[in-house]
Write a protein that binds this ligand. Sequence first.
Ligand code: B12
Ligand code: SF4
Length: 482
Amino acid sequence: MKILLVNPPLSLEERYGSKMKKFGAISEPMGLAYIASFLEKKQYNVKILDAAVLGMSLKDMEQFLKDDCFDIIGITMLTTAYSAALNTLRIVKKVSPHTVAVCGGPHPTALPKETLEEIRDLDIICIGEGEYTMYEIVKTLENNGDFTKIKGIAFRQDDKIVINAPRPYEKELDSFPIPARHLLPVNKYSLTTSRTSGGRYCPTVIVARGCPFKCAFCFRIFGSTFRHHSIERIIEELKLLVDKYQASQVNLEADTISLNKRFLISLCDAIISNKINKKIKWTCESRIDTIDEDILKKMKEAGCWQISYGVESGVQRLLDIIQKGIRLEQVERIFKLTKKHRISIRSFFMLGLPTETREESHQTIEFAKKLDADWAQFTLTVPYPGTHLYSLVKNSGDLKSKNWDEYNTWGGWKEERLPYVTGGRTEEELRELQKIAFYRYCMRPKIFFRFLRKSLSSFPEFRKILSGFLTLLTIKEKRQRL
Ligand code: B12
Ligand code: SF4
């Protein structure tokens, strides 16, 4: 069986718009790397084609598929990558009609039936976690077996769409081997300036999956139970990244890394006792209400230089509507504590939340400034399929579009329409608001000097930061009108 796994060709321009493309992050498709290593462990021959990072066009893809031939092709699909995946599937079936096409990832997981109905070139959808499911699909194909027995898939049978019983989430994450970075062009990935420290290569290490919280805008593809890799396994992966890939920084990824305090403290202790903190510094994302002073102290000692917090709004009423479950006072307290331990902060905010007024949007921007993180990111609210927000917006008739390419939180910088605009606001206003938020946040002397200091580390970094400020200057005129 020859297997190809594809990250479809979605360019940075398509993701962030022409002005912001040079600032976008492009990181490893970890889902494909996990599936590939699992299949390799089962003795299969697998390739990964990351057409996005390689900047491939559809023509390049066609040529690639003509040059080699595969029994099964698996494509990963976020909602924003819908068309990219659809076009890839078209080419797959044009070049090689007998190749079996499988899709997985957040979008088909949320909408398996619709996706199969919409995309005729797609044969099978993997719903949820993909390692065992893809293995069973391959094995079933090889043995001409029965697809109705595979948990966690949707597929076509005659002219009907069949959705099988769900696959339970894997409890023992260590049963998945270290992701197959050897199949990826690792030197091509880079994270944003605000997220890196010394170079932009910053691989992701997934330490846990699953989250019990219920934020209305979030699609929890890994379910509500927190499951983590063993400490030994995480240390092994970190050592591999230092020794084989010369990584000097990593992003420790989990839906909420600090949910289980004992786990995080033990991980930090192991990083310290293995002296990995002398070789690697790391970042992570976390939730305000799972952080305390002991954790921060230990994280700092273990080499954590930055935490990204999802604050979402500066208005308590809106935080309650989106079921964020945190209070503004808590946010201020934890920001102060994090700064006290000299850990840099990135803060995430959402604009255009349901029922948000113009004044409240400005309150959020002011709150962000008051918190004064090293970086603030303002994105527009998008109701992704499978989220509570999606059901709310769909049921209230406020969903403006089902053109999935528009489901992009960077809509302010792009030409397409916005899929959702909360009542009483306009598309134009929200677009401008996103730019204004960045403008107001960044165009302050202290942020300017912070970035200037950072940019002195290298000339390419300096050029990028300068160009960021120049881009922001172009929006000054409109800012005065709002
Ligand atoms: C890191 C991250 C990013 C990174 C990099 C993402 C990437 N590699 O492309 C950055 C910061 C760049 C990013 C950007 C965006 N992200 Co993001 N991101 C994540 C995050 C936190 C982790 C992703 C990850 O590595 N997961 C770990 C791997 C192992 O899981 P996985 O990729 O899902 O794969 C598993 C299964 O899905 C399945 N599977 C996946 N593909 C396939 C394919 C086949 C064939 C099979 C069988 C199975 C299968 O099996 C895999 C193994 O179990 C997730 C949240 C989350 N918990 O997943 C959000 C998440 C994926 N992001 C999300 C969003 C919305 C975005 C943006 C669209 C935001 C925007 N700009 O508007 C962009 C789009 C970027 C793009 N590539 O198009 C949403 C997706 C919702 C949706 N319906 O698409 C998520 C789920 C966040 C959320 N909780 O709502 N993101
Ligand atoms: S946003 Fe974070 S805390 Fe909220 S449900 Fe999603 S993963 Fe959990």
